[in-house]
Design a protein around this ligand. Structure first.
Ligand code: ACO
Length: 384
């Protein structure tokens, strides 16, 4: 029997603060009627000053691990897909790996913009099916509101913050991730771009004056691309799974914009009630939007074990991709004395603190303290 990659856990976290269209109309020249009619978005969540991409990702991952009944020390891989990572490096995934105490997991970030969650799901499932690993947590996490130009009404009304996560585990039961299709077209790179900081435009006064540190978008071209790409890649991934559109109970798309989803549904000739949609309440949370929508649909009973589902993403790059899966659930019944997310966070924090202390003591003993805490590149005490 071949190894399957089952989705055994799921979690989502959004910041508490809700920002409505009316709230936005106080800071930029827009209004609720325009935003709702052009995008379907009514409100979105904004991260607080204390929150960041890694903290949102950690919350979603801990929830997903709890649903799966999997101890973080058993995890083999942590992937964070993000368009708004904590830093350039270290990878946000490494910070999450530390905060959840996934001692033996490899961790890295994956950048495919709003398609990132689907791309990461594909790569994690392939690693499991190849036999190279037994488990992975795949996270989509964003604080994109930190990268928006609040004088640009074309973009700033679209995005929100949040995180979602799946746990994938090896199993000999049929189901889980059945097939995937991913694509890219770098010739459309400039259509949706966050130019600086980067190698092409390092952070300097010229870049800041040109406002290159903010998301820039050619909305019409992105719209055209998205409506075509979505339908095509859904069909492709379903066909690769040996299924037909009629076999699919739910399509869970990247929640970019209601009009994109309506156009794609029309192209596919699938009624809108087979799409899971929550863009009205969260805006576009980029890589986080698919898992947040899935978690809601599982919790309210729409997605049930046995259902065949398609996750489909599209975004900057340009990138687009879809994963067809058969929904299942945890491999084993819940453990009676499973550690709570709070306890895991505490133990992981203690372990991390101890490791930092030991590294520092080692530096004291061997006379390397002069490198620590100087101005310039910070020591690891810089990391929260
Ligand atoms: N409030 C009020 N008016 C606005 C706003 C706003 N927030 N934004 C733009 N307008 C104005 C424009 O200035 C323009 O005015 P003008 O005619 O006087 O120049 C008018 O509205 C029409 O602008 P368009 O850009 O033509 O509006 P359009 O109907 O194309 O809608 C939108 C814009 C919603 C951005 C649309 O192009 C779209 O949905 N694009 C896809 C965007 C998207 O989803 N991107 C992310 C997908 S990929 C990813 O998630 C990374």
């Amino acid at each position: 029997m071949s190894i399957q990659a089952q989705i055994t856990g799921w979690g989502a976290y959004v910041p508490q603060r809700i920002v409505t269209n009316d709230d936005l109309s106080k800071i930029v020249d827009t209004n609720d009627e325009w935003i709702v009619s052009r995008t379907g978005i009514s409100e979105r969540h904004f991260a607080s000053e204390e929150e960041s991409t890694a903290s949102l990702a950690t919350e979603a991952a801990l929830q997903a691990l709890q649903v799966a009944g999997l101890n973080p020390v058993e995890l083999d891989l942590v992937i964070v897909a993000s368009s708004s990572p904590e830093h350039f490096f270290p990878a946000t995934a490494c910070l999450v790996q530390d905060r959840i105490g996934a001692n033996k997991a490899g961790a890295y970030d994956l950048l495919a913009a709003c398609s990132g969650f689907v791309f990461a799901l594909d790569v994690a499932a392939q690693a499991i099916r190849s036999g190279s690993i037994r488990s992975a947590v795949v996270i989509g996490a964003e604080t994109l509101t930190r990268f928006l130009d609040w004088t640009d009404r074309n973009t700033c009304v679209l995005f929100g913050d949040g995180a979602g996560a799946f746990v994938l585990q090896a199993s000999d039961q049929p189901g889980g991730v059945l097939a995937s299709a991913i694509h890219s077209d770098g010739s459309g790179g400039e259509l949706l771009i966050l130019p600086s900081p980067g190698s092409r435009h390092p952070m300097n006064i010229q870049a800041l004056e040109a406002r290159l540190q903010y998301v820039q978008m050619n909305g019409r071209e992105v719209f055209r691309f998205a409506t075509r790409a979505l339908g095509q890649v859904v069909q492709e991934s379903i066909a690769k799974a040996g299924l037909k559109l009629e076999d699919i109970q739910w399509i869970i798309p990247h929640q970019a914009n209601m009009r994109i989803l309506e156009a794609a549904a029309k192209n596919l000739k699938v009624p809108m009630d087979r799409f899971v949609i929550n863009v009205d309440r969260y805006g576009n949370t980029s890589t986080a939007s698919i898992p947040i929508a899935v978690v809601e649909a599982v919790q309210d009973g729409r997605i049930r074990p046995g259902d065949k589902v398609v996750f489909v993403g599209f975004g900057a790059g340009l990138t687009w991709g879809a994963v067809t899966a058969q929904w299942s659930g945890p491999l084993a019944p819940p453990r009676r004395h499973a550690p709570t997310p709070k306890l895991i966070r505490l133990l992981a924090g203690l372990r991390s603190g101890l490791l930092r202390l030991l590294r520092r003591l080692d530096a004291v003993v061997w006379g390397r303290m002069q490198n620590w805490g100087q101005k310039g590149p910070p020591g690891d005490d810089y990391l929260p």
